[in-house]
Design a protein. Sequence first.
Length: 307
Amino acid sequence: MSSDVAPPAEGGSPPAPRCGLVAIVGRPNVGKSTLLNALVGQKISITSAKAQTTRHRITGIRTLGAAQFVFVDTPGFQTRHTAALNRTLNRTVVSSVSDVDVVLLVVEAGRFGPADAKVLALLPPDKPVLLVANKLDTLQRRQDALPWLQQLQQRHAFAEYVPMSATREADVARLLDIVLPYLPAQPWLYDEDALTDRSERFLAAELIREKLFRLTGDELPYSCTVVIDRFEEQGSLRRIAASIVVEREAHKGMVIGEGGERLKRIGSEARQELERLWGAKVFLELWVKVRSGWADDEAHLRSYGYE
């Protein structure tokens, strides 16, 4: 992907390093994780059609020239659910934007509803906020977004307005160029080739959860998670044992499927994607466990890695 991050001029001194934290926030299902993956240039955050797929603060890193962008993907802010899990996710959103240099508020192009307004109201007044109007490709004509953007100018003094589609490389490169001036001049936080601060163990649990959501659709309720029971690295082989945790016995049957076929497919698709991600052989075992009320139990949430 090309970018206008400039190389040093001939005969001149190299540009000073820049590095900054960039929060990606918005209501559920506006495409935040898809945007993060596009900005980093590799998949590090899971995506699915199920709302509230992202549950953790995930850092994605992109280094271009002298600039290092540290993107912080956050869960979609929960406005309807009141369980402990959802309160935990909302705390993650609020804490994530408190220490960043710039905020990308992601909305769907042509739409700005009460849930978007609630997220905007949470943002600190001292942080520059760039309005990212994502999914521009869903509008019949791009110019249809102009009157809508003009209305939003009256709602908040956004630092920038960026109509785009996270699936278009040219739009993603343009967004990187727009964000660049908001990065402070300071040393990088990570190595040049770093992509995320999350461990392979974490990424394994997330990718299994993605396949779980994708292959169960709306059948399976929101309250299920994945716990890594064992993670062993033996040269170019990863041995992983994981548990899919659900709240009811009926949910266990949904995950396993007739003759165990659905669970086999979840494991097969997760294993294949992990092998592509790591360039290594993966041996994956999956189990399904019932833990009634886990999503509304603070102790269970902490034991499952929710902050």
